[in-house]
Design a protein around this ligand. Structure first.
Ligand SMILES: [Zn+2]
Length: 287
């Protein structure tokens, strides 16, 4: 059931669990996420970055595929179709093409400009019945081959952002995208507690969910994190399973080169990873 992320995030905040955002990359990915969420009776958020949308032939193609698949598979759990790290222009494009949730990432702008643009998008989101996630303090990660350590968001900026009426707030607490470096210092829980206090009732989002130790995930949820983004971990499990299939030579027997066979182990691996995350985040049976 296609929905925005407002209600599922508020319920997660009140119930002290987190909803997973799983980024999708193609049809197999989307099907794996929808089927796993349905199986576990969990709400779910499908994350789509601009580059993933471009790969899948545009935002409107993605929206049409997700909506049709949701109907064909008779998915009963709430599914939000969410723009991940969008610019202002991406956000407007997704509003038009049938996304139900938008993340506007204005973290590279000045805080004044970030607030101004977010305010405009909150108004549009309210009119259209969409959920809006905003970001304060950029999330680190690999950029041009250099791993950033992850910025800590300023709680005062978080309070200003929360006051705009956003539905979700992504704030840097030392988390980064991609694989965490060996010398990573971990999440900054003092910062998270301050941000949680500053943001009031606004559910918080933890980006870069791949490779954060379980106990840190649980502690983050206890401190107000209600949505956790996972992308790289599914990519790694898909790649490992696909490599295993080919290394065993299975693509060379029994018409194993057929994509309907070749891509199955990867899809199964994605499903196993998502199941693990839903259970860890506590959203099973919360649909
Ligand atoms: Zn992110």
């Amino acid at each position: 059931m296609i929905a925005n992320a407002c209600e599922m995030s508020a319920k997660a905040r009140d119930g002290r669990y987190a909803v997973a955002q799983i980024n999708i990359n193609n049809l197999e990915w989307t099907k794996a996420v929808l089927e796993t969420a349905e199986e576990l009776k969990s709400p779910i958020i499908l994350g789509v970055s601009k580059s993933a949308a471009k790969y899948m032939a545009g935002f409107s193609t993605v929206a049409a595929m997700v909506r049709a698949m949701d109907a064909e598979l008779d998915i009963s759990v709430p599914v939000a179709l969410h723009l991940d790290h969008g610019t202002y222009e991406d956000a407007l494009a997704c509003v038009k093409t049938g996304f139900t949730s938008i993340m506007f990432d204005g973290s590279r702008l000045s805080i004044e400009e970030n607030l101004e643009k977010t305010k405009e998008l909150v108004k549009i989101a309210r009119e259209k019945g969409l959920s809006l996630e905003a970001e304060v303090g950029s999330i680190g990660g690999v950029e041009d081959g250099i791993v950033g350590m992850g910025e800590i968001a300023n709680p005062e900026h978080c309070a200003l952002m929360a006051a705009l009426g956003i539905d979700l707030l992504a704030a840097g607490i030392g988390n980064i995208h991609g694989i965490y470096p060996k010398d990573w210092k971990g999440l900054d829980f003092d910062a998270l507690a301050k941000i949680h206090e500053a943001a009031g009732a606004v559910p918080l989002v933890l980006h870069g969910g791949t490779g954060i130790p379980e106990e840190m995930i649980k502690k983050a949820i206890s401190l107000g994190v209600s949505k956790i983004n996972v992308n790289t971990e599914c990519q790694l499990s898909f790649a490992a399973a696909t490599r295993g299939y080919i290394e065993k030579g299975l693509d060379q027997t029994n018409k194993g080169y057929d994509p309907r066979k070749l891509l199955v182990p990867g899809a199964k691996a994605i499903k196993a990873t998502i199941k693990e995350k839903i259970q860890l985040f506590g959203s099973e049976c919360k649909a």
